[in-house]
Design a binder for this molecule. Sequence first.
Ligand code: SAH
Length: 557
Amino acid sequence: MTQKKGKLLVVGFGPGDFKHITARAVEALKESDLIIGYKTYVDLIQDILTPEQEIIGTGMTEEVARAQEAYKKALEGYTVAVISSGDSGVYGMAGLVYEVLVEKGWTEADGIEVEVVPGISAINSCASLLGAPVMHDSCTISLSDHLTPWNLIEKRIEAAAMADFVIALYNPKSGRRTRQIVEAQRILLEYRSPDTPVGLVKSAYRENQNIVMTNLADMLNHDIGMLTTVVIGNSSSFYYDNKIITPRGYQRKYTLGDEKQPLKPHQRLKKEAEPWALDQETGEASLDYSNKDLMRESEAAPHQSVKVEQQAPKKSALEMASAALAMVTGTAPKKLVQQQMTSIFELAVSPGVANKFFTPQQMTTLAEVVGEKGTMEYTPDHQIILKIPTTDPQAITDKLSAVDFYLEPVGDVLRVKACDFCYGEKTESIPVANELYDKLAGTTLPKELNIGFNGCGMACYKATFEDIGIVYRKGKFDLFIGAKPVGRTGHAGQPVLEGIPADQIIPMVEEIVQEYKANAHPNERLFKYFRRVKEIGGFSFIDMMSKIKVEPAPCGD
Ligand code: SAH
């Protein structure tokens, strides 16, 4: 009939609704004389077709016949669209069409024109409905063993599970293939926590769309069928507000307290911030960060406020026994028991608020928990900061608490730095220091903030040089605000009020801290905030430094 040269269009039309089909796919369908595809798919795109277009809707099992028919018609001069849902190159018709072309000896140079039109594949459409579960390295695995040996599929599931890929399982289950998804779950559970987030998306962007948020242990208790894609999170994926979110990377540092202390942008690219990265000179990567040692995020930050519902289970007795047996017999366990990532757990310890004495037992415990790979750093803030690579922060805090250490988060938090109260001679104000510690220590703030608390007018622990200074004198308290604790332009705090009664000092300080927390800019230390807003807690700023001229010299100058 037609004189024009035939063309073969292999079109992925996306998940199923018209908003998610590409403009080129619509155009390609419109310019085709013939549409060849599985009947259900043809029905989905029916509305963009015209009555003149011939539709060949064959059954699902006749894929090869469809591809052959398409080629034949294109040779006759027709423009033929072969359609797939999602992307035609993902378990779709594109590969099959090329297989037929190869068989016929087709080449681009002298054969009919072929165009593969990309579409949104199920991994993407389903992910969008679940939140952001894919984000990081991911793979798709089809559980259909019609054309692929099951033992190869098993290997792929195992490899993906082992390598901590986010996984989208296509063709998870059909009327006859019901066992595959059960086996897949079993393999995944050997490497990933039972509470790894799993999303089941049925008929994304189609009628009867259904979304189920579940986890690896529970996923089989929900309906999974031919039209479902199963999205399995990696070891750091988490649930939040009925969404599955996979972070962009693996969090490395944690501290105590309710918020994570993420690295600041300028710290991120430093080598120390990426101890797991491939060394550009030696070509080596740290073994510590291989997945033999992977850790779940929730374990690393037991108190974090982001709701992370999964918790890696502790090793079972059986697992420990098999590991022990493996050590004795010299055979390494074949499989990794748990997917865990070592992170560096940072926290600060001190022997107390007023107490400055460590016990031998505390020092022994410190050495034990820090081990060979951790560090302990003695700081000017009456604390030792610990950095310990671990998969089990809870075990560390348990041991330290058992020997009566005071544990505090590090970073931009509030610290109470009390004096030694002359070793018991000037003890009257210690209860107030303790109460202040209990109420405020560890509060996260825009910038670190130290409260100096000294038990007599000598103020020999230099309370007046801390962000907030409290000095006990003659049964009452004097308050200092806004010291600049470091730098050549450093100075003491402004004495804002003297003779404050015991029952008023803590509420007053709390109010100042809350005001600062609520209103300061990120990274703005208290003295800067006070200087900028000119008033805090009802106290007015006095510029004590304006008469003195000192050239500011930052670190290193
Ligand atoms: N070419 C398609 C995949 C075809 S294989 C694509 O790129 O998306 C068929 C499998 O894809 C189904 O078993 C299901 O797992 C998945 N799938 C396709 N469309 C889907 C949709 N709208 N919602 C959920 N899963 C879908």
